[in-house]
Design a binder for this molecule. Sequence first.
Ligand code: HEC
Length: 176
Amino acid sequence: MYKSKFGLAIVLVLLALSGCGKKDSSTAGADASADSGTTIQFVTTQDDKPLVIDAKLFDTPAAKEFLATGKNPYIGNAEAVAKGKKIFQLYSCTQCHGADAKGQVGPGLIGPTFKYPKDATNKGMFETIWHGTNGGMGAKGVGLMDPTDPKNGITPDELLKVIAWIRSMGGVTGNE
Ligand code: HEC
C-alpha cells in the first residue's frame, strides 16, 4: 500500500518535471526560430527584381529548409528524384525540354553550362522555373502559371523535387 503510493508520487513528480522541461524547450524553440527567421531573398530571372513568394507555400520540412538556406534537401534523395520525374511530366515540361530533360523545343537542362548561369544553383533554377524567363518560358509557380486559377501551378516542394530529378542526371548538384 505504502509502496504503491510512493511509486505513484514518483511518477507524478517525474511527469511534472518532464512537463516543465517540455514547456521550457518549446518556448525556447519558438523564440529561437522567431529570432533566426531569416529567409533567402528571391529575384526574378527576367530582370533581377525582388520576387516575393508567400512563405506559407513552403509547407514541408524540405521546403522550409530551402527557404532558410537556399539548399535543396532533396538532392540525391532517390524517392524525391522519382517523384520529381513524374511532376516534370505532369506539368508538361517534357513537351519542350524532352522526356530526359536533354532538350527539344526548349534547351537541355542538365548543364553544367546554362543559358542563365544562375541556374547552376538550385536557388537560381527555382527562380527561373517559378517566375519564367524572357525568352519563351512562362511562370510555373502556383498562382502564377494560370492567373485565372490561383491553385494551378507547381508548389515549392514539388519544384525542389523536379530540380532534384534534373540534378540526378549529372551536370551539377546546385548545392555547392
Ligand atoms: C512551352 C515550352 C516550355 C515548357 C512547357 C517548359 N519550358 Fe522550360 N524553357 C522553355 C524555353 C523556350 C526556355 C529558354 C528560355 C529563354 O531562353 O529565356 C526554357 C528554359 C528553362 C530553364 C532554364 C535553362 C537554362 O539553361 O538556364 C529551365 C530550368 C526550365 N526551362 C525548366 C522547365 C521546367 C521544370 C518546366 C516544367 C515545369 C518547363 N521548363 C516547362 C520552354 C518551356
